[in-house]
Design a protein around this ligand. Structure first.
Ligand code: ADQ
Length: 528
């Protein structure tokens, strides 16, 4: 991208130009992303704020990368360009770490914030995962927070904002990029300081629900929305979620809010806030998954793994369907097992042949709703196994831990199909990882229509966890479809993912705030 093309993109009323410009649309890999960043931001570092750390501290000089492609993509950019990352710590070691880059790369600084356990409990288990997560995943019966939890949430966000402000005294970032529902109020706390700030961008990874009608809008929701209005840009996964957010803003602010399709303006006490609520569907690096799935050593490892689980061709001659997700109620484990049972009822010849392999590490066990759900999911799987097991064959095989992506990719590839059954999901990256790992092969993806993936990709086979019997029929039909038709669909999906990859996602998030910063300072960033 040249400075003159940056100037062309600098049109505040043309998001399509911004995100659809050839320069961003052509991004394919980490090199392209680094080049884009350098040209848009020069040498100014990016400052990223997340709830979780991007690396795991394993001892002096030893760091490992946790699973999760998004934080790894941001990690790779910062390793190359330099920058700073502020996160709540979740492993041992010092408070500040220099995360090294590859040879010749600067690496970046990681500030690891220690939050006292009681405060963390209220922030994380209490308000974030006891209130916000169930609320925004349309599971009101699982909401379990208290007023003290909201106080803890505010306090943690205030501390994070204070740390960001402190870091601004040491260096001037190109922008501050804050992530997800645990950190919604960081921007508000930063604005309250009255300091001059770089652009503040936020990405909301989870769904946005319809604005509550009965009982009115809870006061805490008003606070979250007002907090989000403190950022210059708030990114959502889909148009539906962005539009629902706008509806909530209008329900709260009425005629004090206006929206021109690009900029949301809200008259607030301190003046008019103008923000850009954007739509940026998150993605993966499909080429990386394809390569991992093709790798013969990975494939051999996957075959051995399957054999250890009793899922080799001899003992499970019909193969296995795969599902991969944290053991979270929003992922629809019970609904998926209902679908499986309905599939066996529809076509009993699959009994004794086709299993479900569910890779399901437990998650958030400090929250009661999660503990209870994990027990219910385990007991439902055990019930199916009791009812239908035949000899060495079991209908449900559960792996209760995280697997390395280099093993997941060939497991996706060797499967008979993938079941994504979330009752609500911001995007669902597993669906995209499966499609990329198919490498155009002939195993079908069945994806819940309540995921961002289903809402933003065309031609997918949809299921509905609210209707397991109908979903079982869809799965049955997908499994007996001519593999050449599935291959064609998968090839088309892969082509889409290659174009709409995670590097492009990052660039489209960053481009507008970076350009607004350079036009504010009256200069375009010079390539470093
Ligand atoms: P999650 O709810 O965690 O993410 P998802 O999008 O599927 O859901 O991402 C999970 C990631 O973790 C994937 O990369 C997947 O491979 C990995 N993963 C899951 N289970 C694993 C296992 N057992 N072993 C190894 N890796 C595993 C939140 C939102 C989503 C949104 C993402 C990104 O809830 O809606 O898509 O953030 O914005």
């Amino acid at each position: 991208m040249t400075p003159s093309s940056l100037a062309l993109l600098d049109d505040p009323h043309s998001a399509d130009n911004l995100s659809g410009s050839p320069d961003i649309a052509g991004l394919r890999g980490p090199e392209d992303l680094v080049r884009f960043y350098r040209e848009a931001a020069g040498t100014a570092p990016l400052l990223v704020v997340t709830n979780r750390e991007p690396v795991v501290w394993k001892g002096e000089g030893c760091l490992s990368l946790p699973p999760g492609g998004v934080s790894q993509t941001i990690h790779r950019l910062l390793s190359r360009t330099g920058g700073r990352w502020i996160a709540l710590r979740d492993s041992g070691g010092p408070d500040g770490l220099r995360v090294p880059g590859d040879e010749g790369d600067p690496g970046y600084r990681l500030d690891r914030m220690e939050i006292p356990p009681a405060l963390m409990e209220g922030h994380y288990a209490g308000f974030s995962n006891g209130v916000l997560w169930p609320f925004f995943h349309d599971e009101p019966s699982r909401i379990s927070g208290s007023v003290e939890d909201l106080v803890a949430y505010r306090e943690v966000n205030r501390r994070v904002a204070a740390r960001v402000l402190e870091s601004l005294r040491e260096s001037s970032p190109s922008l501050v990029w804050v992530h997800d529902y645990q950190m919604a109020l960081v921007g508000r706390e930063m604005r309250r300081s009255g300091s001059a700030l770089p652009p503040l961008a936020f990405f909301w990874h989870i769904p946005w629900v319809e604005t509550p009608v009965s009982g009115g809008i809870p006061r805490w929701l008003g606070e979250i929305v007002t907090g989000l209005l403190s950022y210059d840009q708030v990114g959502f996964q889909t148009e539906l979620y962005r539009d629902r957010f706008l509806e909530t803003v209008f329900a709260l602010f009425g005629s004090r809010a206006s929206w021109d399709g690009e900029t949301l303006s809200v008259a607030m006490e301190g003046g008019i806030r103008r923000i850009h609520p954007g739509v940026f569907p998150i993605s993966i690096d499909p080429d990386h998954f394809r390569m991992m799935a093709r790798d013969p050593a990975n494939t051999l490892r996957a075959r051995l793994f399957l054999s250890d689980l009793g899922l080799d061709e001899k003992r499970a001659p019909g193969g296995y369907l795969i599902s991969v997700d944290r053991l979270d109620y929003s992922k629809g484990f019970l609904e998926r097992l209902d679908m499986l049972e309905a599939l066996y009822a529809l076509d009993p010849s699959r009994l004794g042949r086709l299993s479900l392999l569910q890779v399901a590490p437990s998650t958030r066990l400090s929250v009661d709703a999660y503990r209870r759900y994990a027990e219910a999911a385990e007991s439902r799987a055990a019930e199916l196994n009791r009812r239908y097991a035949k000899g060495d064959w079991r209908p449900v095989v559960t792996v209760s831990r995280s697997l390395d992506p280099s093993l997941l990719a060939p497991l996706y590839n060797l499967s008979r199909g993938c079941l994504v059954t979330a009752t609500r999901d911001g995007m669902n990256l597993v669906a995209k990882e499966f499609l990329a790992s198919q490498d155009g092969g002939g195993s079908p993806l069945f994806v819940s229509r309540h995921t961002g993936t289903a809402m933003t990709m065309e031609g997918l086979s949809l299921v509905d966890p609210a209707d397991p019997a109908l979903s079982a029929r869809m799965i049955h039909e997908g499994l007996i479809l001519d593999p050449r038709r599935v291959e064609k669909k998968n090839r088309e999906a892969l082509a889409f993912l290659r174009e709409h990859n995670v590097y492009r996602w990052m660039a489209s998030n960053l481009v507008r705030p970076l350009l607004s910063a350079s036009s504010r300072s009256g200069t375009l960033a010079r390539p470093a």
